[in-house]
Write a protein that binds this ligand. Sequence first.
Ligand SMILES: [Zn+2]
Length: 338
Amino acid sequence: MIEKYIAGSDVGGTWIRVALSPLTLEKDSIQIKQVKTKKENKYSISSQICQILSELIDESNIKRHQLLGFGLASAGPLDLKKGTSFNSPNLGFKEVPLKEPIEKEFPDIPFYLINDCNAAVLGIHYFEATEEEKDNLVYITMSTGIGGGVICNGYLVLGKDGNAAEIGHSKVAPKSNYKCGCGAYGCWESISSGTAVRKRTLDALKNSESNAEILLELINNDKSKIGAKEVFEAARKGDILSREIIDECVFYNKVGVGLINDHFDCKAIYFGGAMMNDQDLLFVPLQKQFQTESIEFTINKPPELKITQYRSEIGIMGALALVKYKVENNSVVSTYNF
Ligand SMILES: [Zn+2]
């Protein structure tokens, strides 16, 4: 019998990953290639994806007709009907066509576009979640931005355009002075994301009494070196300003998680994204809050909080899971009709 394959890709502002796997989706049989995202023109991303996918197919000695589908996870927002990413500051262009150029190159292979966090929650669903967690599951990425994917009552939540759940833009402090990249004030992402930690620290340093000696020493007084990582490191060493910035970040993470649990009554929330490298300061206090005094932030029973073991690869794993579930008509993706 001829073996059936599936393929997937995860497109971000920095990296493009492409994967090829037998339909069985055993961890050891998944091949992944990763390259830096090119932003020369709006077709650079799709042509990179096509090139790597062709390479993977050739190297595996399989024929294109063995491929049952291709899933593409991309930073949003997305127009799933048109097959484009639009208004994404990270991909470099106002609109990036994805579906049309890839279908042109691989005309007979079903193509599925999905928001990267929605893909990630499918990846958790397939590869990591326990049986009890699967039907009410949330994924949250904390990185340059904050995003989420939700499975509720056993179905992937997509919304009218496929752009649910933009949890990073939940207005957790609408009267605050923190402006979000989206233009609004007080979005969760404008306070707690990696970008926000950096920006808020730089703003606070304009105040001469900022109590940031340890941080300034750490970066040799070169403020251009400040990123979230440096702020976390300084906080660990006892820097007062860094500690305040991180405390506020953690507080609003509790608010965000509480809102999600109030809305979706979830069994588990898995976290991913680069900020989880500083889980001692970011994740541990959050977990403790929901294990001990959850009522301060949510009326529902608290969810289990976990960190994905797939880290930066959970998006690509989810793109593959989407295709497998579509091919096998799994009900969790019966909401995906774009
Ligand atoms: Zn926003």
